[in-house]
Design a protein around this ligand. Structure first.
Ligand code: SAH
Length: 257
């Protein structure tokens, strides 16, 4: 099958969610990376309020909760992820400080200046990096922090095949200096930026998907949508291995001015 012309936007949202629910993480990342990003953040206390936006099943949220004080609200659009999120919190005895709620990142119900920290790993692309930074800023206290991870180009130019793939999947993909400038323009001091190790996409993300893909194909034999979705994921993985010197995931940490 030639899947080169299929876009990620054409797949059923439910199908995507079911597939990713079977994984511990729904985006590239690792506990080490979460803790590294957290090391740039100061002044979190027992009274602090933190939001993890696009939290998925909460892989990174539980790491945060185990390594810092305060109350964390996880928000995700997909109810099945929130159910898993809340049972993970109970399993780790974090339910008094960690709560998942269903909601959309473009319609958040926090009060102005309620939050000390906004976290979002591999999710802000759903409304766009610039829009997310701008719209979420009002919920942060002055001096509060934002920490988001985002796919970014490492170079000003790259081969057409990979450029076209990502410009279709995520037209806001941009270089690191441009992303930092957007963060500054949105009213944050860029505090730190670092590139996630390749292992976040290889062992922690793509390798784990191999089993999930086989299970998914077995569960839905002959289902064209499932076959195409798996083929798309495999294509994305192949492209990553071929072109990983040109792009990757980057953490951006900012402090509200
Ligand atoms: N932060 C998690 C999940 C990243 S995947 C991790 O790093 O593992 C992106 C997540 O964003 C998914 O869980 C998806 O359901 C969620 N999402 C997509 N659109 C959303 C929206 N409009 N509002 C809230 N969450 C959304």
């Amino acid at each position: 099958m030639n899947n080169d012309n299929t876009s990620i936007h054409e797949f059923d949202f439910k199908l995507i969610c079911e597939y990713f629910a079977s994984l511990e993480r729904q985006g590239p990342g690792s506990p080490e990376v979460t803790l590294k990003a957290l090391s740039f953040i100061n002044d979190i206390t027992d009274e602090s309020h933190i939001a993890d936006i696009g939290c998925g099943t909460g892989g990174q949220t539980m790491i945060l909760a185990q390594n810092m004080p305060g109350y964390i609200t996880g928000i995700d659009l997909f109810p099945a992820f929130i159910d898993l999120f809340n049972s993970n919190a109970v399993r780790l005895n974090l339910q008094n400080r960690v709560k998942g709620v269903v909601g959309s990142m473009d319609n958040l119900s926090f009060q102005n200046e309620e939050l000390d920290l906004i976290w979002s790993e591999g999710a802000i692309y759903n409304i766009g990096f610039e829009r997310g930074l701008n719209e979420w800023r009002k919920f942060l206290k002055k001096g509060g922090y934002i920490a988001v991870s985002e796919a970014s180009w490492f170079t000003g130019k790259r081969p057409a095949e990979i450029d076209e793939f990502w410009m279709d999947a995520y037209p806001e993909m941009d270089t690191i200096p441009n992303k930092i400038a957007q963060m500054q323009k949105a009213g944050y001091i860029p505090v730190a930026t670092f590139i996630l190790p390749e292992s976040c996409w290889t062992e922690h993300f793509y390798t784990l998907q191999i089993t999930a893909q086989e299970a998914f194909l077995k569960k839905y034999p002959g289902n064209k949508a499932v076959e195409e979705f798996v083929a798309y994921q495999r294509h994305e993985t192949e492209l990553y291995y071929k072109y990983k010197e040109f792009y990757g995931y980057v953490f951006y940490i900012g402090k509200k001015v």
